[in-house]
Design a protein around this ligand. Structure first.
Ligand SMILES: Cc1cc2nc3c(=O)[nH]c(=O)nc-3n(C[C@H](O)[C@H](O)[C@H](O)COP(=O)(O)OP(=O)(O)OC[C@H]3O[C@@H](n4cnc5c(N)ncnc54)[C@H](O)[C@@H]3O)c2cc1C
Length: 599
C-alpha cells in the first residue's frame, strides 16, 4: 500500500467558506502525493517463513527496527518483526514535508481524555507513527540526547547500568555524525560509522541565522547540546543525511533487509496479544491480524514488545500483565499484577500561538509554482528549502534559577514557523517561540478503552499542571523570549512580538507575571515526547521492567522502547530510544551467551 494523504478536499468542503483551506494547498498536496507516495522497500524479497522463530519483535518503530537489526545479526537466530503500519513511503524523507503527514495513513491519532490542560485550547490528541520506522518516520527528527544528569538520575531511580558513563557508548555505537565541526569540537561524545546518520540541515534560512544571533546577543554561547555543554544556543542536528530523513527503517533495516536470510518482516500485521503460559509464565508467541485473518507466531527464546509509549501498555494489559483491577474489569486473566500504563508524561510547552513574531522584512512566502519548482529541485539535488525545517533549526537550552543541577537546563526554547497546514514548513511570514519545560512533575496514565478494550484506542489521561515550580520555571523561560524581542538584531530585522493579551487573561497586562500565571494553565500543551508507561527500575519503585528490560514476573518477554524511560530526558526521546534499543539488544545477546556483540 502507498501513502494516502489527508482527504483535504473533503475537509475543506465542511469548513465555512473553506476558511483555512486554499486551492493551492489542495493542489500542492496532490502534486506531492503523485511524486512521493511509493515506498523504496516495496520490492523486498520475503524469506520463506519458518514454523518457529527465536525472537519476535512487536512494532517496527524507532526501537523495534534497531533491536531487529541487532538480533538478526546472529545468523543462527530467526527473527520476526511485526509492524501494523505500511512500508515507509518516500514522502517522509523530505524534511519540510512533516506538516503534510498528519491525517494520512501513516499516522495514528489518539484522543486525550478531556479536562486536561492539553485539551483547553488545542486539538486534544497524541500522534504516533504507524509505519515501518514508527515515529522516527513522522516526527521532527531533532537529535538531542538529553543531559548527563538525566541518566545519572535514572540510575539513582534503580536503573542499574544506565548512568551517563554507561549509556554514552551506546549513543555513539549507532551514530554516524556527518558534521566535521561537531566531531572536532567534542570528539569524545561523537562517532561516525553507525547506522543512524546525524547532521545539520544543508540549508539555513535567514531567520534561523537571526534567531541564533539574537541569543548570542543575550550572552548565550553557540554550543553542541550533545557534547560537553548542553546549555547555550545551537544550530541543531537532525536524524538526516544530506537533506534526507533517516528513520530507523532507513538506517537500520533497509541496508540489511535483503541480505539476512534469518530476518522476516511483516507489515500490516497487528498484534493483539502475547500468548503466555499461565503456569510457567513463559511468553510463547503472539496472536496477530494479517490480511484479514488471525495468525499465531511462536518464539523459542523471547517476545520483545516495541509498540511505543501508548501501545506497549495496551498490549501488555491485553496479554494479562497490568493493574489487577483493570484486568478484572475487562475479564482478562491475570498473569502478572504490575503498574503498566502509569507514569506517562512528556514535556510541557507554552507559546505555540502566544509568542508570535511577524517577520515582515524576511517573509519566505512564495507562490504555488515556486513551491513546485523547489520540490523538483529537491528531487534532483536534495537541497533547497525542502531539505530543512526552516527556522526550527535554532534552539536554546536554558537553566532557570529553579534548576538545582549546575550544568543542566530545565527549559528549552524553540522556534516554529507559523506555516499553513499541508504546506512545507519553510514558507512563512510569522513565527512563534515556544518555551518547553524539560523537567515536568506532572504524571498521567494510559489504560484500556472501557467500551472497546481490544479494537479501541487506549484511554489517555495526561493529568493537570499543578506544581507551582513547573509554572514558575515556564515563566522564567517566557522572560527569555521577551528579552529576545528587545535584542538589537530582532529590532533591526523588523521582528515585532504580538503583545495582545489572550481573551481569558485580558484583565492583566501582557508581560507581567500575573498575566503569565493566568495564561499558562489555559494554554499549556504537551509535546510529542511521551514516555514512561512501562517504566524501568526496581520492582518496589512502580517499575514494569527490570534494568535488563525484562518484564517483572514473566519469562521470555521484554519491553524495549520509549515507554521504559522512568523520566523524560532534557532533550528529545528519539535518540534516547535508539540508545535503549542498542543497549537492550546487547543485553539480550549477553543473556543468551552470545559473545562479540558489537558491530
Ligand atoms: C509528530 C512527532 C514529532 C516528534 N518529534 C521528535 C523529535 O524531533 N525528536 C525526538 O527525539 N523525538 C520526537 N518525537 C518523539 C519520538 O519520535 C518518539 O519518542 C520515539 O520515536 C518513540 O519510539 P518508540 O520505538 O517508543 O515508538 P514508535 O516509534 O512510535 O514505534 C512504535 C511502533 O509500533 C507499532 N505498533 C504499535 N502497536 C502495534 C501492534 N499492536 N502490532 C504491531 N505494531 C504495533 C506502531 O505502528 C509503530 O510503528 C516526535 C514524535 C511525534 C509523534
Amino acid at each position: 500500500m502507498s501513502w494516502i494523504p489527508e482527504n483535504l478536499p473533503a475537509i475543506c468542503a465542511t469548513e465555512p467558506n473553506g476558511s483555512s483551506c486554499s486551492s493551492s494547498q489542495i493542489l500542492f498536496l496532490a502534486f506531492v502525493a503523485n511524486l512521493f507516495s511509493d515506498s523504496r522497500d516495496k520490492s523486498h524479497k520475503q524469506n520463506a517463513e519458518p514454523k518457529e522463530y527465536d525472537f519476535i519483535v512487536v512494532g517496527g518503530g524507532t526501537a523495534g527496527c534497531v533491536v531487529t537489526n541487532r538480533l538478526s545479526k546472529i545468523k543462527s537466530w530467526k527473527v520476526l518483526l511485526l509492524e501494523q503500519g505500511i512500508e515507509e513511503p518516500q514522502v517522509v524523507e523530505v524534511p519540510a514535508f512533516i506538516g503534510l503527514l498528519p491525517g494520512s495513513n501513516i499516522m495514528h491519532k489518539y484522543d486525550i481524555q478531556p479536562d486536561t490542560i492539553a485539551c483547553k485550547m488545542q486539538p486534544c490528541s497524541v500522534s504516533r507513527g504507524k509505519v515501518l520506522g514508527g515515529s522516527s518516520s513522522v516526527g521532527d527528527m531533532l537529535y538531542a540526547r538529553g543531559n548527563r544528569v538525566d541518566f545519572d538520575d535514572w540510575e539513582k531511580m534503580g536503573c542499574t547500568g544506565w548512568s551517563y558513563e554507561e549509556v554514552l557508548p551506546y549513543f555513539k555505537y549507532s551514530e554516524d555524525n556527518l558534521d566535521k565541526d561537531i566531531i572536532e569540537e567534542n570528539p569524545e561524545y561523537h562517532a561516525t560509522g553507525g547506522y543512524q546518520s546525524v547532521q545539520k540541515f544543508p540549508y539555513t534560512d535567514v531567520n534561523t541565522k537571526i534567531a541564533i544571533e539574537a541569543f548570542q546577543e543575550l550572552g548565550y554561547k553557540l554550543t553542541d547540546p550533545n557534547g560537553e555543554t548542553q546549555l547555550g544556543v545551537s544550530n541543531a542536528q537532525w536524524t538526516i543525511k544530506n537533506g534526507v530523513r533517516v528513520s530507523t527503517n532507513a538506517g537500520f533495516i533497509r541496508p540489511i533487509r535483503n541480505k539476512r536470510s534469518n530476518l522476516f518482516i511483516k507489515t500490516g500485521a497487528h498484534v493483539t496479544r502475547v500468548i503466555i503460559d499461565p503456569e510457567t509464565k513463559q511468553a510463547l508467541g503472539v496472536e496477530y491480524k494479517y490480511d484479514g485473518k488471525s495468525e499465531i507466531a511462536y518464539a523459542k527464546k523471547e517476545v520483545i514488545i516495541s509498540a511505543g509509549t501508548i501501545e506497549s501498555p495496551k498490549l501488555l494489559m491485553l496479554s494479562g500483565i497490568g493493574p489487577k483491577e483493570i484486568l478484572e474489569k475487562h475479564n482478562i486473566d491475570l498473569i502478572q499484577d504490575l503498574p503498566v500504563g502509569r507514569n506517562m508524561h512528556t514535556h510541557i510547552e507554552i507559546g505555540k500561538l502566544d509568542f508570535s513574531f511577524r517577520n515582515k522584512n524576511y517573509s519566505t512566502l512564495t507562490t504555488l509554482e515556486e513551491m513546485k519548482q523547489d520540490v523538483l529541485r529537491y528531487l534532483k539535488t536534495h537541497a533547497g528549502p525542502d531539505s530543512t525545517r526552516g527556522l526550527s533549526a535554532a534552539m536554546a537550552f536554558v537553566k532557570t534559577k529553579f534548576e538545582k543541577n549546575e550544568n543542566a537546563p530545565d527549559i528549552k526554547i524553540e522556534f516554529h514557523p507559523d506555516e499553513l497546514p499541508y504546506q512545507p514548513s519553510v514558507y512563512y511570514d510569522s513565527f512563534s517561540v515556544t518555551v518547553i519545560l524539560l523537567t515536568p512533575k506532572i504524571r498521567g496514565y494510559v489504560t484500556l478503552n472501557d467500551t472497546y478494550p481490544i479494537s479501541g484506542n487506549p484511554a489517555i489521561f495526561t493529568g493537570n499542571l499543578a506544581a507551582e515550580s513547573d509554572i514558575d520555571a515556564l515563566i522564567e523561560g517566557i522572560h527569555e523570549v521577551l528579552k529576545l524581542a528587545d535584542t538589537k538584531i530582532f529590532n533591526d530585522s523588523g521582528y515585532e512580538i504580538n503583545k495582545v493579551p489572550i481573551q481569558a487573561c485580558q484583565e492583566f497586562e501582557f508581560g507581567n507575571d500575573d498575566y503569565f500565571k493566568c495564561m499558562i494553565p489555559q494554554y499549556a500543551a504537551f509535546t510529542s515526547d511521551y514516555v514512561g508507561t512501562c517504566k524501568m527500575g526496581t520492582r518496589d519503585s512502580g517499575a514494569v521492567v527490570d534494568p535488563r528490560l525484562k518484564v517483572y514476573g514473566v519469562n521470555g518477554m521484554r519491553v524495549i522502547d520509549a515507554s521504559n524511560m522512568p523520566a523524560v530526558v532534557r532533550g528529545n526521546p528519539i535518540v534516547a530510544t535508539i540508545m535503549i534499543a542498542e543497549k537492550g539488544g546487547e543485553m539480550i545477546k549477553e543473556d543468551w551467551k552470545i559473545n562479540n556483540c558489537r558491530r
